[in-house]
Design a protein around this ligand. Structure first.
Ligand SMILES: [Zn+2]
Length: 505
């Protein structure tokens, strides 16, 4: 039985609460079951606890009887759900509560005396429920949603259906001593666990191979939600920073595909990493950017409706996207989920259009043979274009002869939403530098151009001089987010200079 006893303070004494954590395969230790995500069942839970204790589970209490110092608490029957999402918590708590716009009661439980620290998470929880109800078009399935702070918890958060457990350091708002970074961390984590109530709990991955369907989705959705609640935070810049660090991770030997074959339950714990969470989220971002936010949301609504109270595989998502857009998602997205790494796109002018070529980007400059169907977005100064690169190289009739005159510039990867790097030929690069100096790009794009150039220099795909020209073109930038990114780069630039000098002598 997988109950943990978490210590906490009550009336000046150390006492214990009982809390479950069944993901990925520990429900079988608590009750006999087919403990795999695809075996969904309805659960009716009964707990016998001492009468001063609060007992929580996935569902609201249906009835209780008191006998002496003990209470027997019956919870309502749950909808169909996977075993790893069943949860129980017993202890003495304070709480704050609110009601979401569709009537769902939302409660935040904390240690006694700390309930005011849960108000920010409560606010984000209510906002998230409203946001996802609207986004997915399928209302939250349960009558209540509890979130609880668990001291001595081994996880940051766990999305148990209707009873989400959190580590207090990333859940409680400690008044003026809480930094804005901490507030953002709390908001993103709460929005992440709330997104799981749809992506993971209502529609569950069929098997752990498809874990990214849970985690990539919840990660991507959480940033969309928090960006809509707190637009001044520019939280999508944080998402970009996460994407960029995952691009580094995924360009070294030993990376793995988003879909990882799981043959034994002992392998499951090892796959909860940034490839599953951040690369998974980033390719969703890439798809949304390519097909448009409206089409993407429409497809997700259908996906959630079609697989509600059931399970889905990665291919099921692509089929829904294919039906919505007419694009062959099943073929081209498997190149992103079934192989590690990603491409570098080489671009140069050819005739009246451009020639685009792909190769696998590897940070140590070695050669690998990966090939992707790459959804490419690009801007030719004020006009935008998009196409899918399906082969090693191809020609596209964009940014033609007429547009090549004057000061027209080309930039691939609009708003840095594509999971690839770009290498421009000399002429295009010079125009890009001029456009940088003329302040033509958003903060996100400036950061992306700088990072892209840095990584090309480290991998020796491009020269250090080229990187320095890009940095020089940003010399007038006064944007805090770009400058903080650039200052981190300087250290790396010095390291690269050293590396080049040592190589020379
Ligand atoms: Zn998650």
């Amino acid at each position: 039985m997988y109950f943990e006893f978490s210590r906490y303070q009550y009336k000046g004494k150390t006492t214990h609460m009982a809390v479950t954590q069944f993901q990925p395969v520990y429900a079988r230790r608590c009750f006999p079951c087919w403990d795999e995500p695809a075996f969904k069942a309805k659960f009716k839970i009964t707990l016998e606890v001492s009468s001063e204790m609060v007992a929580l589970s996935n569902m609201p209490i249906s009835s209780e009887t008191v006998g002496g110092s003990m209470r027997i608490i019956h919870f309502e029957e749950s909808p169909l759900m996977s075993t790893y999402l069943v949860a129980m918590v017993v202890g003495i708590f304070d709480f704050v509560e609110d009601v979401a716009s569709k009537g769902t009661k939302v409660c935040v439980y904390t240690e006694v005396g700390k309930s005011s620290q849960g108000k920010f998470a409560l606010d984000v929880g209510v906002k998230s429920l409203d946001f996802y109800n609207d986004y997915f078009g399928t209302p939250y399935a349960l009558a209540k949603l509890d979130m609880i702070s668990i001291p001595e918890f081994n996880w940051m958060g766990m999305e148990n259906y209707g009873l989400i457990t959190f580590h207090p350091t990333v859940f409680l708002f400690d008044g003026p001593s809480t930094t804005s970074t901490k507030l953002q961390e709390i908001a993103v984590l709460v929005a992440h666990e709330l997104a799981h109530q749809w992506c993971g709990n209502l529609v569950t991955m069929e098997w752990w191979n498809h874990l990214w369907l849970n985690e990539g989705f919840a990660t991507w959705m959480s940033y969309q939600a928090v960006d809509s609640f707190f637009p001044k935070w520019n939280i999508l810049l944080d998402f970009l920073e996460n994407t960029m660090s995952t691009l580094k991770l995924d360009s070294i030997a030993g990376s793995h595909p988003i879909e990882v074959e799981i043959h034994h339950i002992n392998e499951i714990d090892r796959i909860f990493d940034d490839i599953i969470y951040i690369k998974g989220a980033s390719i969703l971002q890439m798809i949304q950017s390519y097909i448009g936010a409206e089409h993407f949301q429409k497809a997700l609504k259908k996906y959630i409706q079609k697989y509600a109270y059931s399970n889905a595989k990665t291919e099921d998502l692509w089929v829904v996207l294919e039906e919505e857009t007419g694009e062959p998602f099943k073929d081209f997205m498997s190149t992103w989920t079934k192989q590690p790494g990603y491409p570098i796109i080489n671009i140069k002018h050819k005739g009246k259009g451009i020639q685009v070529e792909q190769a696998q980007f590897v940070l140590d400059g070695s050669s690998r043979a990966g090939l992707w169907d790459v959804p490419i977005t690009l801007r030719c100064s004020s006009s935008t274009n998009k196409f899918i690169l399906k082969h090693k190289h191809d020609n596209f009739d964009v940014c033609g002869e007429r547009e090549r005159g004057g000061n027209i510039w080309i930039k691939l990867n609009i708003n840095e939403t594509g999971f690839y790097r770009v290498k421009y030929d000399k002429e295009i690069k010079t125009r890009l530098q001029n456009a940088l100096e003329a302040n033509e790009f958003s903060s996100m794009e400036k950061i992306g151009i700088l990072e892209n150039s840095l990584m090309l220099s480290i991998s020796r795909e491009d020269t250090l001089a080229s990187l320095l020209c890009i940095v020089y073109a940003c010399r007038e930038v006064a944007d805090y987010s770009v400058l903080t990114h650039t200052s981190c780069m300087y250290i790396l630039v010095f390291q690269i200079v050293q590396f080049y000098l040592f190589s020379k002598f």
